[in-house]
Write a protein that binds this ligand. Structure first.
Ligand code: ZN
Length: 110
């Protein structure tokens, strides 16, 4: 049970690497062997995983900083709108073993 009295203080939530690493672990629970392998090869816990990337919008050409989610997996493919011109992008993120991210953005109509 959660205590929610006036003396209960929420733990200070920090989006630190340990938090991200645990999020990533939970994603791999369907395949314990794969999870163990990723634990070794994908050093998110070392604090090296990139959290953001700067991309150029394929529509308006503006450089835009987008937030990355290392807990979402080593390869991610999703749609995000440009915050400058609001056109939808297809964003593909691929994390390398060292935690750096290879990010590509293209227009949805391409
Ligand atoms: Zn744009």
């Amino acid at each position: 049970m959660h205590r929610e009295g006036p003396d209960y203080k929420m733990p200070r939530v920090r989006l630190n690497d340990e938090h991200l690493f645990r999020a990533f672990e939970s994603d791999g629970r369907d395949d314990p062997s794969l999870e163990a392998e990723l634990d070794e090869e994908f050093p998110l816990g070392d604090g090296t995983a990139e959290m953001e990337a700067i991309v150029s919008c394929p529509y308006c050409g503006e450089p835009v900083t987008i937030a990355l989610d290392p807990g979402g997996g080593m390869v991610q493919d999703y749609v995000e709108d440009c915050e400058v011109c609001c056109q939808p992008w297809r964003v593909v993120v691929a994390y390398r073993r060292d935690g750096s991210a290879d990010v590509s953005v293209q227009g949805l109509d391409q």
